[in-house]
Design a protein around this ligand. Structure first.
Ligand code: NAP
Ligand code: MG
Length: 485
């Protein structure tokens, strides 16, 4: 069994307390590796390294061109190591290998995008009514603390690191306790690609002991978090004392709305893909499937029948379309919702552990029909392969049900009537709305939530903005005496 070290100030190190914890392969339930169990003193060391690197300027004062080139090299490394990284990702989090391959390529694209954007961060001249030159210039916010979940381990690390580095920030990243391995593998090349020591630090550990000290640390200027609403609230509170900047991406209970005039076969595939991709462990999962009454029975029958054909198996096998959930904890959480759902609604597919799986945290793709939007399975984020199908009578009812949630990350609408589809787009209180598709995500476009799905935006130019300060520079050009004294 492999023991990994974490990465602080350009060195691979154990935790100061010399403690370790196991990470698992969720398809076999076997231990895959051990990683350092970091505590507050390790977080202090990582933040001190990032602070020092930031103040000395090896990264923050490097030219934007040079920073961009290093980000391109990071992307190249990801691409050249993609096969091994994808395999490790799949073994650690259970997603089908094809999805891991896609994620690693996407992570590389993210570094390429921000490598290019590094040289496009520009200031401006402000037309003030004075004999002066009034400028605004952009500067890195400083040290960024970044806390990420287990559903897209390396891709979430890329979403956090790439824009921060492009902006000139130094980073301390805490991967999820379940899935730290691909980020640690990636760190092996940080020195070779040219990242100065302290620019990126990786601290492995648990939320309470490693995440919380990072969120509260006075030397951290900004916290970027992706995960649950519950922890998001804790992060915002922890960050309040030192008034650090905060961005939160907190998931959802996203509506996927099907009108009777949508192409039927595509709609069924879109409903399944929207909710079951990545075992349903997706912040933007289309977990509330709203279907117009006219096609409701036909739709639920076709969807349930097809859900039963989704192939579960070892995620390393190419034929597998759904792997195990990430952990025992998540398995227990999701299966407890299956019992809740059976009391609240009609079970139309799945509903338990698939037969023939002795080991592994497998759950059948599950479809609950005739769900009331007030039911727990329609309100609470389950983060597993569980769909709640809800009928609606007309457009206004669809809009009302869709927006009747504390969340507001994503929504999708399926119709061949562009007037109707666009009316629904405008009515949705959500940060992302898809039309006649669900889930495609591109680094060029903004990502983030309304309402309790969080605040701030990742990706595109919005993503780098969150890591930049704005400085006004006012240059007096008038040699006349100043003031009235
Ligand atoms: P989580 O508890 O929100 O964890 C996300 C990250 O925050 C992890 O790195 C976690 O560390 C860390 N963390 C936990 N407590 C913390 C604290 N007090 N201060 C600072 N950091 C802390 O999510 P989870 O436990 O992995 O999953 C629980 C539920 O969250 C899921 O069922 C799902 O509903 C939701 N979730 C949403 C997303 C999303 O993309 N929006 C992603 C994952 C989970 P540890 O891993 O060590 O706990
Ligand atoms: Mg947790």
């Amino acid at each position: 069994m492999k023991r990994y070290l974490m990465y602080i100030n350009g060195q691979f190190v154990p935790a100061r307390g010399a403690k370790w914890f196991p990470v698992y392969d969720p398809s076999t339930e076997e231990i895959l590796a051990e990683v350092p169990d970091a505590g507050p003193e390790d977080v202090d060391a990582a933040v001190a390294a990032a602070r020092d690197a930031f103040e000395k300027g090896a990264w923050s004062k490097m030219t934007a061109q040079d920073r961009g080139r290093i980000l391109f090299r990071m992307a190249e490394k990801l691409r050249s190591q993609a096969a091994a990284l994808a395999k490790l990702e799949t073994r650690n989090c259970g997603k089908p290998i094809a999805e891991s391959e896609y994620d690693i390529a996407d992570a590389a694209t993210c570094f390429e995008y921000y490598g290019g954007l590094a040289t496009k961060v520009m200031g401006q001249v402000n037309p003030v009514p004075a004999n002066a030159l009034c400028l605004s210039m952009r500067e890195p916010v400083g040290v960024a603390g970044q806390i990420i979940p287990w559903n897209y381990p390396l891709l979430m690390a890329a979403w956090k690191l790439a824009p921060a580095l492009a902006a000139g920030c130094c980073c301390v990243l805490k991967p999820a306790e379940q899935t730290p391995l691909t980020a640690l593998e990636f760190a092996r090349w940080f020195e070779e690609v040219g990242l100065p020591p302290g620019t990126v630090n990786l601290v492995t550990g648990f939320g309470e002991t490693a995440g919380a000290p990072l969120a509260v640390h006075p030397q951290v200027n900004k916290v970027a978090f992706t995960g649950s609403v519950e922890v998001g609230r804790k992060i915002a509170r922890a960050a309040a004392d030192s008034l650090k900047r905060v961005t939160l991406e907190l998931g959802g209970k996203s509506p996927n709305i099907f009108f009777a005039d949508a192409d039927f076969e595509t709609a069924i595939d879109g409903a399944l893909f929207g909710v079951f991709i990545n075992q349903g462990e997706v912040c933007s999962a289309g977990s509330r499937i709203l279907v117009e009454r006219k096609i409701y029975t036909k739709f639920t029958e076709a969807m349930s029948a097809k859900a039963k054909t989704i192939r579960l198996g070892s995620p390393l096998e190419r034929e597998t379309k759904m792997g195990p959930l990430v952990s025992k904890e998540q398995y227990e959480r999701v299966t407890s919702y299956l019992e809740i759902g059976k009391r609240e609604a009609k079970l139309c597919a799945g509903g338990g552990r698939p037969s023939g799986f002795g080991k592994g945290f497998y759950v059948e793709p599950t479809v609950f029909c005739d769900v009331d939007n007030r039911a727990r399975v329609a309100r609470e984020e389950i983060f597993g392969p569980v769909a709640a199908v809800i009928p609606f009578e007309n457009e206004s009812e669809a809009i009302r049900i869709a927006n009747d949630t504390h969340y507001g990350l994503a929504a999708a609408v399926w119709s061949r009537d562009i007037f109707k589809a666009f009316r629904v787009v405008k009515a949705m209180r959500a940060g992302i709305v898809w039309v006649n598709t669900m889930q495609p995500t591109y680094v060029e476009a903004p990502w983030g939530g309304y309402k309790q799905s969080g605040y701030g935006r990742e990706l595109g130019p919005w993503g780098i903005e969150e890591y930049l300060e704005t400085k006004q520079v006012f240059v007096n050009l008038d040699e006349a005496p100043i003031g009235w004294y």
